[in-house]
Structures are given as structure tokens and as C-alpha cells.
Design a protein. Structure first.
Length: 279
């Protein structure tokens, strides 16, 4: 029997006899190493995210070891956020490596107690540390970086439908808003408050509640009609008749409800040139 096989038998026997601590003390086996290999981000809604952190555990020993658990401490924007222990039952073969995933689900709405900056930047800074229990060892790890998170819908003024505009009596024009969802899942806005200015004059303001769901990576149009006699001298009558364009300013507030039934409000603002369509 070779020396390598004799050593393997000896180590296995000591483990069976409860001699793990003695083995570690005598350095008969090497401590497994852990390497971070990136992460994937799964998100099912606007306010919930599940990042899966990927690790590679390397065992250089001539015996197999059991991966028992992963302890983790996740910080967000340098603040303590969530920690815990995930049980595992994976056999790490002799002189081999194993890839391991750690999935942590959390409500993004919980981040508001720390900062609302993430909702504008579209990402959060994370710092993840802990230990992976392998055999009698606790192999440490730490990694940090940024997680991309879901984005709020973008609200803009597409155009103004001036087909119903007339100089004779009451007229109707329609403001057409564009709501864009850049996420890989549908988004529902329960309530949208808006204020629209054209050429620095406030035209219309109000609240829309029955808004269709916005499918993943798509947009919808939201039509807001306005009736008026347009008799005031500063109304852009000539522009509406000619089908021209004017600068606009759109502002308002989007209301959402999180998975915890909490109400969250997000202001929005957009500006640019809007055209008046007569056909």
C-alpha cells in the first residue's frame, strides 16, 4: 500500500473516531479554499430581488469533505442589512472542486430605511462576507461590488392630439403620455399623479388610477383628455392650429404598494419638446 493510501486510511479512521480536531491541529489535511465567481440577479417584482452569489470550493486533500453550511452577512451601502445561515449537504470529493450558490431574497422596499438613492441610480453597493463550513473547517470569504436593481417606469409626454381643437366654443385636446418599463417583468402603477406645463404655462393636472399593466421591456400610452374654450390670450393657439411643437415640463408622483402592503411614492419629472398633431 502506498504512503498516500495509508495516509488516506489513517485520516478516515481518525474522522470516524471523532478525531477531527486532532487532525486539524496536526495539519494532516489542508483547509479548503473559497473563491468568489460572480453572481446572477433574479427579480420577480419591482420591490423584491434574489441575488445568487456563486463560489468555488477547492479541496486539495486525498479524502472527501462535507460542505455543511454557509453563513452570510450582507451589507448594503455600508449598512448592516441581513445575515443568516443556509444549511447544505454536499459531498466534496477528494482532490476536487465544487461550485456552490448562495441565494438571498430580500425586499427592496426595506432599503428605504437606509437610502432612497438606489432607486435613482439603479444599483446598490453590497458587501458580503461569511464562512463556508467544510468538514471541520470554516472557510472564510468576502466580496463586494454593485447589484443592478429594477428600475422605475419612465414617464414622458409623447405628443398632444389637437384634432379636437377648434376656435368655435369648447374644444378638446388629448395629452398622450408614454410609460416605459425597462424591466424583465411586468409593472403595475396603481396611481399616477401628474402636472403638465406647456411653454411654462400649466395646462392640466390630476390623478389617473386605472392604469393598464406595463409588460416587460415595453411601453403603453396613457391618454388624458382636456376640454376648454382656449379663450385666454396666452394659450398657444397658433401652434396648435399649425401642428407645431413647444417645450413642455411634466412632473408628478407614482404610487406603488409593496409586498408588505406598504405604500411607496416616487416623484418623477421629464422635460423636452412636444408636438401638436392635427391628423
Amino acid at each position: 500500500m502506498s504512503q498516500k493510501n495509508i495516509l488516506s486510511v489513517l485520516i478516515a479512521a481518525m474522522i470516524m473516531l471523532g478525531g477531527c480536531a486532532a487532525i486539524v491541529d496536526q495539519q494532516l489535511i489542508d483547509k479548503p479554499s473559497v473563491r468568489f465567481e460572480g453572481f446572477s440577479l433574479n427579480s420577480a417584482s419591482l420591490f423584491e430581488a434574489t441575488p445568487t452569489f456563486l463560489f468555488k470550493i477547492v479541496n486539495t486533500n486525498p479524502i472527501g469533505l462535507k460542505i455543511r453550511n454557509i453563513s452570510y452577512n450582507l451589507k448594503i451601502n455600508d449598512k448592516k442589512f441581513i445575515k443568516g445561515v443556509t444549511d447544505k449537504d454536499i459531498r466534496l470529493k477528494p482532490v476536487s472542486s465544487e461550485r456552490l450558490g448562495l441565494s438571498v431574497t430580500f425586499n427592496l422596499s426595506d432599503l428605504f430605511i437606509y437610502s432612497t438613492e438606489f432607486i435613482q441610480t439603479g444599483r446598490i453597493a453590497y458587501d458580503l462576507s461569511g464562512n463556508i463550513g467544510v468538514g471541520a473547517f470554516a472557510a472564510p470569504y468576502q466580496t463586494k461590488g454593485y447589484l443592478e436593481i429594477p428600475k422605475l417606469p419612465e414617464v414622458s409626454l409623447s405628443y398632444v392630439d389637437a384634432c379636437g381643437f377648434s376656435l368655435m366654443g369648447n374644444s378638446t385636446i388629448v395629452f398622450v403620455l408614454n410609460l416605459k418599463n425597462a424591466n424583465a417583468f411586468p409593472v403595475q402603477i396603481p396611481e399616477l399623479g401628474y402636472r403638465i406645463k406647456i411653454a411654462e404655462k400649466e395646462f392640466i393636472s390630476g390623478i389617473v388610477r386605472e392604469i393598464p399593466s406595463i409588460d416587460k421591456n415595453s411601453s403603453i400610452s396613457l391618454k388624458i383628455p382636456m376640454r376648454s374654450d382656449f379663450s385666454e390670450p396666452d394659450w398657444p393657439v397658433n401652434t396648435m392650429l399649425a401642428g407645431g411643437s413647444l417645450p413642455y415640463d411634466l412632473s408628478g408622483n407614482m404610487k406603488f404598494y409593496t409586498s408588505k402592503k406598504m405604500e411607496k411614492n416616487f416623484p418623477f419629472q421629464n422635460a423636452g419638446e412636444v408636438s401638436f398633431r392635427k391628423k
